[in-house]
Design a protein around this ligand. Structure first.
Ligand code: RP5
Length: 273
């Protein structure tokens, strides 16, 4: 999954309830390189971000609202070298979103997350299942990911987020890297966006069934989520693409964690996605 193989859609057509309406951005005008003189996106920064402005609140997790107080504006991200606007703000690497400012995101530019993807096969009904949480903010089902804390090593974030959101303790250090790059998140704006590192662990059915699932404070529910064409297409943000990339990885020859029968189940699902 290459980070520039798509143009964002959720970052143009979805938004948290508190955001103003996004300025319309048709497909052919997403790129900053396309002339769009009428483009006048509303500026929005959430009160919660202002409350956590680290220049006013030393315990705050957000960058200063005043960009001139930033020690450095990011020059690159997983998506590559970043382009900046006349005020020095990094621009969304995929293009226009219809909203200026940071919205609900704390950092100017990339906001880094980590996504632990845990799968298993249900041998009762021959389906693939994934550990998923139902998000409190919009009710959508999602990979139990979360934000990387300042200075935190990614494996630690993956393991910590999995534990906090699902109650499951697994060492994500042995997980396979599925994706690193831009996320088409409904919170994204022209000046702040999500990027993630997704790693995957496949569990044998016995280990999976032994796990005690406990929904964390950000989650309405947690469960082994059956992957079907419909359920995968409705996952939060870019998680549909992350799940497809995971299933493709699982099908690769020589994966010791998957039996021949399990691989056939995964292949059958992939053909329908
Ligand atoms: C998505 O938002 C990432 O893929 C990750 O799953 C999630 C992190 O944000 P929070 O769950 O912490 O809100 O873009």
């Amino acid at each position: 999954m290459a980070s520039h193989a798509f143009i964002h859609t959720k970052a143009r057509f979805e938004k948290p309830a508190e955001y103003p309406e996004r300025f319309p951005v048709p497909d052919h005008l997403v790129s900053w390189g396309s002339e769009y003189p009428e483009y006048a996106p509303p500026y929005y920064v959430s009160p919660v971000v202002i409350k956590n402005d680290s220049s006013a609140n030393p315990a705050g997790w957000a960058d200063p609202e005043d960009v001139s107080l930033l020690s450095e504006m990011p020059q690159q991200s997983f998506a590559g070298v970043l382009v900046h606007d006349a005020e020095g703000r990094a621009l969304n690497p995929i293009g226009r979103t219809g909203i200026a400012g940071r919205g609900l995101l704390g950092k100017w530019g990339p906001n880094y997350a980590a996504d632990p993807i845990i799968t298993c096969i249900n041998h009762g009904d021959h389906t693939v299942e994934m550990l998923a949480v139902q998000r409190k903010d919009n009710g959508q089902w999602a990979i139990p990911g979360g934000m990387v804390d300042k200075g935190e090593e990614i494996t630690k974030t993956l393991t910590r987020e999995l534990m906090e959101e699902t109650g499951v303790r697994l060492d994500m250090g042995s997980g396979s890297l599925i994706y690193r790059g831009y996320v088409d998140d409904p919170r994204n704006t022209d000046h702040a966006w999500m990027e993630t590192t997704a790693k995957h662990l496949h569990l044998d059915p016995e280990t999976a069934r032994r796990l005690d699932l406990v929904a964390g404070s950000d989650a309405r529910a947690v469960r082994w989520f059956k992957l079907t064409p419909e359920s995968v297409s409705q996952l939060y943000a870019s998680h549909c693409a992350l799940v497809k990339a995971t299933l493709e990885e699982l099908c690769r020859e020589g994966k010791a964690c998957v039996t021949k029968e399990e691989r056939e189940i995964v292949e059958r699902l992939l053909q329908r996605l």
